[in-house]
Design a protein around this ligand. Structure first.
Ligand code: GLV
Ligand code: MN
Ligand code: MN
Length: 422
């Protein structure tokens, strides 16, 4: 089936993706960090597109931008579709954005069609780890697991996450109002961020499960000193302990990945060195480790090993390990089998090839799964590359995934109505 026969408009979808791509920090495309003025610019642009699609637009108290159209049946639960428009620093144009554009296109494609259920298109707040150290802020809020301790996290300029949330239109004092009990199903389209579909080639991936993610923060404090005059044997170099810890992370992760007991990866993506002078012995370092697995027991094992190793390295470098904390934690999540079946049948009906696929990336769907059946459609992306400016998905690939979602929404409208009636 050609893309023009799929019932979605590839040019409209592409215009949305490229429209958002143009809203980037100019010196580091593609960057639209959550909570920044650039992000708010992107959101204002998106809110106008939602309105043009006939959606009623609001921001919930967890800071999610929601476009909604009413359904025929009063009291019917909503069918929700969406993803996120924030990016990592120097990220891509498709991660999250393709899912929001797909949701918007579904709303447009259904403009003349009555559904029994309300339809919501959601741009979740801060899916990527924000400058406050937390990811999936909006979907945590919507699923009722955004805690006070998280709202106390501190970001740029010493601002607390709760104040940043207020600044983008949320209300941390009324988070309960964002918690949803009226969503019947959630579907999210996303680029695969891996090579499987492209190398198939396969049109869509039906996500079986989403990895659990834990983020750990370790702080070492030594003593800043003169890099030319402080003798090696008296130095208290905080980077020496951090560097050894980075190596230990790599080594332990390789060991666990090779053990064959489940998927396991760990990454140090943040290493802060203070005061940061080429001629100054580092006095303080901060290491943030991102740990992902399908088997939580592996994370326990990893954390225990890194706890012991980092203490040992601190001791050997004569520095203090002043912090060893879990910044955030989420378990692995299975996608809903019934929704996956609806997606599989949609792909089949459209003549599109599909395969089951596990997700090594985190997604808002993992939090939505706490409050409603949730599932995801992956589409191919070039070289499987993501979180980088080269990230690319073909317009036709996004349109094909969107068509699968559209058909699934229509099918769910029937199935859920039936279930609600019986
Ligand atoms: C989201 O992009 C993630 O960190 O997997
Ligand atoms: Mn991402
Ligand atoms: Mn994403």
């Amino acid at each position: 089936m050609s893309v023009n026969q799929l019932g979605v408009d590839v040019d409209r979808i592409w215009a949305d993706v490229m429209g958002l791509a143009a809203i980037t920090d100019p010196d580091r495309p593609y960057t639209r960090r959550s909570f920044t003025p650039r992000f708010l610019e992107g959101r204002a642009w998106l809110a106008r597109r939602f309105e043009e699609a006939g959606l009623a637009v609001r921001i919930d108290t967890a800071g999610n931008l929601i476009g909604r159209r009413a359904g025929r049946d009063p009291g019917a639960r909503a069918i929700a579709v969406g993803s996120h428009i924030d990016t990592v620093p120097s990220g891509g144009r498709f991660d999250g954005i393709a899912g929001v554009a797909a949701g918007l296109e579904i709303a447009r494609a259904l403009a003349g069609t009555e559904l029994a259920h309300p339809l919501e298109v959601i741009d979740f707040l801060a899916e990527e780890p924000s400058d406050y150290g937390l990811s999936c802020v909006g979907s945590r809020g919507m699923s009722g697991v955004l805690t006070d301790a998280m709202l106390d996290l501190i970001g740029p300029g010493g601002e607390h996450l709760r104040d940043a949330l207020r600044r983008v239109g949320g209300d941390p004092d009324r988070l309960n109002a964002a918690r949803r009990h009226d969503v019947g199903a959630y579907l999210e389209l996303h680029i695969e961020q891996g090579p499987v579909l492209e190398s198939g080639p396969i049109d869509v991936g039906l996500v079986t499960s989403i990895v659990g993610i834990r983020r750990l923060e370790i702080v070492f404090v030594g003593a800043a000193d003169h890099a030319g005059t402080a003798p090696m044997d008296i130095r208290r170099d905080a980077l020496v302990a951090a560097a050894a810890t980075v190596s230990a992370v790599r080594q332990k992760a390789e060991e666990l990945a090779a053990a064959g007991c489940g998927y396991f990866v760990a990454t140090v993506g943040i290493l802060e060195v203070a005061p940061g002078g080429s001629n100054v012995v580092p006095g303080r370092t901060r290491v943030v480790i991102d740990v992902r697995t399908t088997e939580p027991a592996l994370t326990q094992d990893f954390v225990a090993a890194i706890d012991a190793a980092s203490l040992g390295y601190a001791h050997a470098a004569r520095v203090e390990r002043t912090g060893f904390a879990t910044l955030s934690e989420g378990p692995p999540v299975a996608c809903d089998p019934a929704l996956r079946q609806v997606l599989r049948e949609s792909a089949q009906a459209l003549g599109l090839s599909a395969t089951d696929l596990a997700s090594g990336a985190g997604h808002d769907a993992a939090f939505m799964a706490r409050i409603c059946p949730s599932a995801m459609v992956f589409i191919p992306c070039r070289d499987g590359k993501s979180h980088a400016p080269e990230e690319w998905a073909e317009p036709e690939a996004i349109a094909a995934g969107t068509a699968v979602m559209l058909r699934a929404v229509q099918q769910l409208d029937r199935v859920l109505a039936h279930k609600e009636a019986t």
